[in-house]
Write a protein that binds this ligand. Structure first.
Ligand code: HPA
Ligand code: ZN
Length: 353
């Protein structure tokens, strides 16, 4: 691997912000900022159970995943029209551009919307239009991953897949999210087998709160290409070896793990341990409007808590491109841009962009 000469520690935050990166774990509904949520509630005549943006923000004090999900699903109730889905995704993509994200693999939760009577096409078309516009106007490549809600049934997941098939050209893969414990990956083995036949990319949340056994079954039964979160894997040495040998990327979300009390303090986070064990770790924001930060906030706060080096930074960015679902020629272009930024930074660590 390309060895990175040292960069002064006080320049690391700037390097982390400026380096090109891919974001691989972002729920688009989790990027809906309170201000936009209130604006949509007003224009759509939806009543939110909070009187103001401040009152809503004060409710963002979570004790675990479920306490967050309850508020997150309530917040999504303001999304009704195609333009709402476009506006939400466009706001995220502009924010991602500011953080030097070149590529985003974006999750969306159609069942949160179809259950309220919003048509699948309304959801997908709004999000897809924002992704297309991001490519031409922002230089950000963004593609969509449809997530099944794991607290719902297998039959509902199959039904959702069927509703999405007329839009097969607008999403590149499927994922699995929502309440993890009690809803193991194997519940969706037949759904994933069908998605595999359809040529979709496969990912799943596993080992966020759930045990290493869920990471094993996501790999062996669902046959996923990446694991979302996966931080509980460090409890199982044989699993660590498997993830390393097969170069299975983990899309880790430090501020999410902090806010949902997966780790008591950011200083206790195991991301650096996973990275130094040789795993293909990446840094992501998960639900940035709810967890207090976008991708660069995750990088910088993690660095402040555990002390990353320039070598760690390079490896994390490189992993993000290699693990993305971009075509090989684009991945190569992203890595060239990454190398160019590091080379410039080494020549002039005090430096201007
Ligand atoms: O971190 C998460 N875990 C599970 N489901 C989710 N839905 C949005 N964010 C998450
Ligand atoms: Zn997530």
């Amino acid at each position: 691997m390309y060895t990175i000469p040292s960069i002064p520690a006080d320049r690391l935050p700037e390097l982390l912000r400026r380096m090109p990166k891919a974001e691989l774990h972002i729920h688009i509904e989790g990027s809906l900022e309170p201000e936009l949520m209130f604006a949509m509630a007003a224009r759509n005549g939806v009543k939110l159970p909070y009187a103001s943006v401040d009152e809503l923000r004060r409710a963002y004090a979570f004790s675990n995943l479920q306490s967050f999900l309850d508020i997150y699903y309530a917040g999504a109730s303001v999304l009704l029209h195609e333009q709402d889905f476009f506006d939400m995704a466009w706001a995220y993509l502009q924010r991602a551009r500011a953080d030097n994200v070149l590529r985003a693999d974006i999750f969306f939760d159609p069942q949160t919307h179809t259950a309220r009577g919003v048509a699948m096409g309304t959801v997908v078309n709004g999000l897809y239009r924002a992704c297309r516009q991001a490519r031409t106007e922002l230089g950000v490549d963004a593609e969509l991953i449809l997530c099944f809600l794991r607290h719902l049934s297998e039959a509902e997941a199959f039904d959702t897949l069927e509703q999405a098939l007329p839009h097969r050209d607008k999403f590149i893969g499927v994922g699995l999210d929502s309440s993890e414990v009690g809803h193991p990956p194997e519940k969706f083995a037949r759904v994933y087998a069908k998605c595999r036949e359809l040529g979709l990319h496969l990912v799943a949340h596993a080992g966020e709160e759930g045990p290493p056994a869920y990471v094993w079954t996501a790999l062996d039964l669902l046959k996923v290409e990446r694991i979302d979160h996966g931080v509980q894997s460090s409890k199982d040495p044989a699993l660590m070896e498997r993830l390393k040998q097969d170069r299975i990327a983990l899309t880790v979300c430090p501020l999410s793990n902090l806010k949902l009390c997966v780790f008591p303090k950011l200083a206790d986070h195991n991301l650096k341990q996973l990275l130094e064990a040789g795993l293909a770790v990446t840094v992501n924001s998960d639900d940035p409007a709810y967890f207090g930060g976008y991708i660069n906030d995750n990088f910088v706060q993690l660095h402040e808590a555990v002390g990353l080096t320039a070598q760690h930074a390079y490896q994390l960015a490189r992993n993000s491109f290699e693990a993305s679902f971009a075509p090989p020629e684009l991945k190569q272009r992203y890595v060239e841009r990454l190398d160019a930024v590091f080379a410039r930074f080494q020549q002039d660590p005090t430096g201007a962009p």
